[in-house]
Design a protein around this ligand. Sequence first.
Ligand code: MN
Ligand code: MN
Length: 415
Amino acid sequence: METLTRRAVLAIGAVGGTALAASTAGAASFGNPDQPAEGAINANAAGLSDPGPKNPAINDQFPSFQSPPATDVGDMQLFWGSFNNAAKRIQNGGWARQVTKSDFAISDAVSGVNMRLGPGGIREMHWHRAAEWAIMTNGHCRITVLDPQGRAYVQDVEAGDLWYFPAGYPHSLQGLGPEGCEFVIVFDEGDQSEYGTLLLTDWLAHTSPELLAKNFGVEQDVFRNIPLQNLWIFQGKEPGPLSKDQEAVAGAGLPPFPFTYKLAASKPLKENTAGVIRLADSSAFTVSKTIAAAIETIKPGGVREMHWHPNADEWQYWIKGEGRMTVFDAGPRSQTADFRAGDIGYVKKSQGHIIENTGKTDLQFVAVFKAAEYQEVSLSSWLTHTPPALVAQHLNVSIEDVAKFPANQPAIMPG
Ligand code: MN
Ligand code: MN
């Protein structure tokens, strides 16, 4: 608000120092130039009050919705979502909750699942139509997956690690002791549900014992105790050493590329005093052919610079800290929303966005793209790689000032 006021005064000064009869005139000349002007700076106090019924605990989480910056304009599809208000399905062994396209309409390229498995807790052997990408946020987990050539992969993952299972590859997950695990899954289809997966137990329970006996070349009696309802998540025994499980399935050899990747331990794509960005797309995490991801940490006061992604929507999972994101689209449309840990942000392909750390601690989120390759266009890079006189004429700024813009795609700028 302070910045806007200052700019409004500068703008008024530029047209000859006309007296500011009301803040309305100033704001209309800069900030949101549209008519009628929007934002609290343009309103009298009586019209600003909000006496209606409200739930302060929810209301107060969204200062940028309660009083949008005057630069916000127009309508925009809701790009704030959250796991915080998604119902958990709890079973013995763990729980899961999800945000699919039917919960969060803008999220039509991907859907998200947040899952916890206690020590020994098993997410039943299953497969599904969509590919599955995941990031570990807590604890330890053992994954198993089989490729269509019959090559098995078993690995233990910890916080900061990723896994990727191509569409249709069968897999399982199990929490390891002592603390189990928590992770977030992203499916590369907006309507893939964790509750709509093909389960081992379901198929066996819905195949006759005669056919099961023929299929596996054993007596029917072998199947006398199979579960008749599916397990989905259930409490199992903690597995033994990883090397023993790996040996047990080594028959057909290893798949050519690992299905896991240590993102948090990887070399940063960008790092400066304002933060760090690490990247995992198919150039490094080879099997991840349909998902690219970046984990971004922004220091207090720092700003993730104005940019967009030409090749994919961005789905964000906010891991820690707090911040706000403003999204820009043609129209003009511009809207700001506030985010905290456990929330989901979504930016459509090629929409401009900027993210501010508004808290006193590091802000961290993971950005996920349904693409093989990570692509970004930086606004400051564009303006410093276009003939300076051309840029200066567009913005009515001096060529000397344009030359001060960062020309190296800093990604994160200090406060
Ligand atoms: Mn799965
Ligand atoms: Mn982005």
